[in-house]
Design a protein around this ligand. Structure first.
Ligand code: GTQ
Ligand code: FE2
Length: 352
């Protein structure tokens, strides 16, 4: 029987079959993925911001954004690089992008959803245009470019602008949903409307035009200023004095749900000198440090350093705690939690 089984196990893959049988004679040849608890294909990892920036500047000495379309350095999860290019987590990409004074990143649109979180904007007059709506880029601001919206980036200021891009492109690529388009013809499809537009005040005041209900399949609020988000976080922290940390989710004002069907974006504050309870959730989470310092402690005991704009990725079901230094720690996070929820796969371990 042994020889027959060995022969068959070798013959199956040659004929594009496999088997996961389990018996007293052993088991099929491939790695079991029917694990008792999640066994993610990604690994926890982190990147130092200053080091990432050095690579971005080296690239910027060789190419302009016009030549390169986008001038960016992507974070690549070492466990995923042989499976799909530049994946930070199984569903998302992330990277930092640079726009120097006078530069423009050309107009395009794509089906993957994207957001930009502004990391460094030393002066005014840097902006993104989304479907003809001009949005400022100040440090900490969040700008969305949902599925199939035209966008381009401009820097008319005197200083360099750097932002973090997050996209659900790995998920969209995996299921075969990526479309991409450049403008056709003379007139830009993304020309700014002359009568002006205040995207945040149009949608962000708790009041929305009654015409939008059922009309839009994406979040029409493209701009979430940091000043407002931070204020809301500080207010929440004042009412939850017993908790080590507080978290706010950026929401689509029409649905009250996540800003993208595929990605949830949040802002967390861990109070100075505190450590969170154990966190264990089915979501692939990316953490970007916005203010303060601290660390993430993984179940292995390994620690990830959090300081200005460092980036960390925590795969699904990885147990961790977050600790702050002496001052409050502010973290921006994005994850694929909405996918887990939509698929009824979301779980959370709330034991302390
Ligand atoms: O700025 O529009 O990092 O389209 C990847 C794809 C940024 C962008 C990325 C993009 C962009
Ligand atoms: Fe884009």
């Amino acid at each position: 029987m042994e020889q027959k089984l060995t022969d068959l196990l070798e013959e199956l893959p040659k004929n594009n079959y496999n088997t996961y049988y389990q018996s007293s004679a052993g088991r099929g040849k491939h790695k079991t993925i029917m694990s008792t608890i999640p066994s993610p294909i990604a690994e926890p990892f982190s990147w130092d911001y200053e080091r990432t920036k050095e690579f971005l500047y080296r690239l910027s000495e060789i190419l302009t954004p016009e030549e390169a379309e986008r001038l960016n350095i992507q974070f690549e999860n070492p466990s995923l690089k042989d499976i799909v290019p530049a994946a930070l987590a199984p569903t998302v990409r992330g990277g930092i992008q640079l726009l120097k004074p006078g530069q423009k990143a050309p107009t395009h649109k794509h089906s993957p959803n994207a957001f930009r979180l502004i990391l460094e904007a030393p002066a005014d007059d840097a902006y993104t245009v989304v479907n003809g709506v001009e949005l400022p880029m100040h440090t900490g601001d969040l700008v969305l470019t949902p599925n199939w919206t035209w966008h381009d980036h401009h820097n008319d200021s005197s200083g360099d602008v750097i932002w973090f891009d997050g996209l659900d492109i790995i998920f969209v690529y995996w299921i075969g949903g990526v479309f991409y388009s450049l403008p056709k013809g003379e007139k830009s499809p993304n020309t700014v409307a002359e009568d002006g537009n205040d995207n945040f005040n149009e949608y962000g005041s708790g009041l929305v035009p009654d015409t939008v209900h059922g009309e839009l399949d994406y979040d029409p609020m493209f701009y979430y200023p940091y000043e407002k988000a931070r204020q809301a976080l500080v207010s929440l922290a004042k009412t939850r004095t017993g908790e080590s940390s507080v978290t706010l989710e950026y929401t689509n004002p029409i649905t009250g749900g996540p800003v993208f069907p595929s990605m949830g974006l949040k802002l967390t504050m861990v109070r100075g000198g505190k450590t969170t309870p154990l966190i264990q959730r089915t979501e692939n989470k990316v953490v970007i440090c916005m203010e303060g310092e601290g660390e993430i402690t993984l179940s292995s005991g390994k620690k990830i350093e959090l300081k200005s704009h460092n980036v960390a990725v925590i795969p699904s079901w990885e147990q961790h705690r977050i600790s702050s230094g002496s001052s409050d720690l502010v973290l921006f996070t994005y994850s694929d939690e909405p996918i887990f929820r939509a698929m009824k796969l979301f779980r959370e371990n709330l034991s302390k």
